[in-house]
Ligand binder design. Structure first.
Ligand code: SAH
Length: 461
């Protein structure tokens, strides 16, 4: 950030504008809006300044700038057509520690004027740090159309109730939830619709009944396989609302970045055989957080109900009467297959697709192998890197040809995605050679071959 944005109180402060043209008039007008005590110095002034002079308490000194004009100034704007004079003003202001703006010369400025969106008391300031004021104004125009004029009234209403809410509700989630319900719910709609008196009454009523809002909630949210673009709108909305987020190894950093910035983050681990918190502990923690009135978001890789133990987590919540929502996510099979160019089903190659866990336990993968080796079926193995040699061996033992195509997708959908392709006979060794690392997904079946034909985007691996 080249310039730090802040909002300056200028009421009654002496602010100097040097210059009498149109630009000087525009700046003067803005300063007057902030109730500054503006002094304009210029030997000659255009019609704009004269018009402002008629309507406002503005002092115009029709003479050349002298150093003493800077006395007692809070800020100065050098807006003359004379570059040398502008620089002299900047230097002299700088020596006196007065904030200075030289129009059209960001390098000479100690502050710059943003494009302002004024819904007082709500004010947005937009700046391109001097790189392109036009772009800043274009952005303001877009915001203008998004933010109704009534936002100012809404902010005033909130301001009027601020102290009352502070005394009624403790700082923290309870108070924040109260305000969110007011500012995003029916009360805000009343203000936008011009029915401020009713809004005031309802806000009073809501505050008297605010204790009802005390229970928290749990969101069980699928974060998808890694690429943040694969999040659902609902997931993103709840990620922006949560007070605390519990995440594990499978949730990518790019996705975590989208969580509300001041939400507390708790890592609950779950790497194979090294669980930071055991499942029951996670379940209990979710209950505890909700009881504290928090909105706890359990962010899970892929889809919470596909090898995600989401079922167990909501069971505990239901037993304890905690309200919850489940938000589906794109599971690793869909994400990895799409990004690797492998259709999971295809009329000529696979009429069914089975998702199984390839988790190795005591050196074995316990599965109904005879059913898995059915013809025209795609097999997707989750958690299968360690068990890969056993899985390949079993599938062949139960009747799949050794040359059945198979692919291992590592860190699917992320920029680090790798696709290792081979057959049941060759893939285990290929994985060792390539030093494959979790998370990986194994896809077995004729559809893997289609990858060569369907590589519709470059750099798929
Ligand atoms: N609920 C998750 C699965 C959790 S089980 C889902 O719906 O996707 C964890 C397994 O998912 C990993 O062992 C791996 O097999 C698979 N997995 C998850 N994300 C992956 C990714 N980005 N790339 C490859 N495999 C992934």
């Amino acid at each position: 950030m080249e310039f730090f944005p802040l909002f300056l109180r200028l009421q009654g402060e002496r602010c100097l504008v040097v210059g009498g043209g149109e630009v000087a008039a525009r700046k003067t007008e803005l300063l007057l809006k902030a109730n500054a005590q503006v002094v304009v110095v210029a030997p000659e002034t255009g019609t704009d300044i004269s018009a402002l002079e008629e309507q406002n308490s503005l002092r115009v000194l029709r003479r050349s700038f002298v150093t003493e004009d800077l006395d007692d100034c809070r800020i100065v704007i050098a807006a003359t057509a004379d570059g040398e004079l502008n620089h002299r003003i900047a230097d002299e202001a700088g020596e006196r520690n007065i904030l200075v703006n030289v129009v059209d010369d960001p390098d000479a400025c100690s502050f710059i004027m943003p494009a302002i969106l004024d819904r007082s008391p709500m004010v947005a300031a937009i700046s391109s740090s001097g790189a392109s004021p036009l772009l800043a104004r274009a952005l303001r125009a877009r915001l203008e159309s998004l933010i109704p004029a009534s936002y100012g009234r809404l902010a005033r209403l909130a301001g009027d109730f601020r102290d009352a809410v502070k005394t009624h509700l403790p700082a923290g989630p309870a108070r924040r939830h109260f305000w969110e319900q007011v500012l995003e719910g029916p009360i805000a709609e009343l203000v936008h619709g011009g029915r401020e008196d009713e809004a005031r009454e309802q806000l009073q009523h809501a505050l008297a009944n605010a204790d009802d809002l005390a229970t928290g909630e749990v969101y069980l949210v699928g974060a998808g396989p890694g690429d943040p673009d694969l999040l659902t709108f609902r997931a993103l909305r709840l990620m922006q609302k949560a007070d605390v987020v519990l995440h594990d190894r499978l949730v990518s950093p790019a996705v975590l970045q989208l969580v509300r910035r001041d939400a507390e983050r708790i890592y609950v681990g779950k790497a194979r055989a090294c669980h930071a918190l055991r499942q029951q502990e996670i379940n209990a923690l979710l209950v505890k957080l909700a009881r504290e009135g928090k909105r706890a978001l359990r962010l899970k890789g892929g889809d919470p109900f596909i090898f995600g133990r989401g079922g167990e987590e909501i069971e505990t919540l239901a037993e304890n009467g905690i309200p919850f929502q489940v938000v589906p996510g794109i599971t690793a099979a869909s994400g990895c297959a799409a990004y690797a160019g492998i259709p999971l089903t295809h009329r000529d190659h696979a009429r069914s697709c089975v998702f199984v866990t390839g988790h190795l336990k005591d050196g074995n993968v316990n599965l109904a192998w005879d059913r898995l080796v059915a013809r025209d079926q795609t097999l997707v193995f989750y958690m299968s890197l360690v068990g890969l040699p056993v899985i390949a061996e079993k599938l062949v033992e139960y009747g799949l040809p050794e040359n059945t195509p198979a692919a291992l997708i590592e860190q699917g959908t992320t920029p680090q995605q790798r696709v290792l392709e081979g057959t049941l006979a060759t893939l285990p060794e290929i994985a060792v050679q390539a030093e494959a690392r979790a998370p990986t997904l194994l896809i077995v079946g004729g559809v893997v071959k289609l990858r060569g034909q369907l590589r519709w985007f470059e750099g798929a691996d």
